[in-house]
Write a protein that binds this ligand. Structure first.
Ligand code: FES
Length: 106
């Protein structure tokens, strides 16, 4: 296999599918092609990411060593920003990324 700059795990589970994950995937692939990133960013579909009521959901690893950034409630309109800011620009699209609560005891 060859290395990728980033990896997107996109949910295709029932709840996310009902809310448009298929269209989100299509938009993501098209936007990656348009940005010339389709060979550098791997996209895989997963059955459930566990936040079903917030879907369509995705988690992005990389580029530049970024750990998992979660994007909940995605739609086709948000994909261009995820691709251009995060996958091309190299920093998470902060206002679209999920908020994290501190862990208990941290
Ligand atoms: S169905 Fe998408 S997070 Fe569960």
């Amino acid at each position: 296999m060859r290395p990728y700059d980033a990896h997107v795990l996109l949910c295709r589970g029932g709840d996310c599918r009902k809310r448009g994950s298929k269209e989100v995937r299509k938009a993501l692939k098209a936007e990656l092609r348009a940005a010339g990133l389709n060979r550098d960013v791997r996209v895989d579909s997963v059955d459930c990411l566990g936040f079903c009521k917030h879907g369509p959901n995705a988690v992005v690893y990389g580029p530049n060593g970024h750990g998992g950034t979660w994007y909940l409630n995605l739609d086709e309109d948000k994909i261009a920003e995820v691709v251009n800011t995060h996958l091309k620009g190299g920093r998470p699209a902060e206002h679209l990324a999920a908020d994290y609560r501190p862990r208990k005891g941290a």
